[in-house]
Design a protein around this ligand. Sequence first.
Ligand SMILES: [Zn+2]
Ligand SMILES: [Zn+2]
Length: 137
Amino acid sequence: MNVRNCGRCGRMFNYVANEQICPNCKKKEEEQFQTVKTYIQENPNAGLKQVSDECEVPTKLIKQWIKEERLEFTSGTGIALTCESCGTPITTGRFCDKCKAAMMTGLKDTARGMAPKPALQAAPKKEDKGGMRFIRT
Ligand SMILES: [Zn+2]
Ligand SMILES: [Zn+2]
């Protein structure tokens, strides 16, 4: 039997797969996610701080969802989210499209060095307004 301490409340729980938090906290987090999701849908221009305040969800948790690519900031929110590899401002996840693409082809590319690559196509889905966008539940 696999037992570990919940990353949120510290209680011991039986875990399956890579769960970091106990079922209780998981459930609570899902509820918080739904609250944030609804709030963002109703207030598409709300920034991180506002969403956090209004939904009573820590910004840390919201940022975690963004890193997990469950949420995305739309442009214009002034959120300082940057690519962990090159520092380019990004709206979701941990790396910019360029670095993600580079990582995908990285294995082949390292052998022949940094050959210049054709410019990547701009992401077609960008909305030109502030706030956050909901990606998936
Ligand atoms: Zn817990
Ligand atoms: Zn990057």
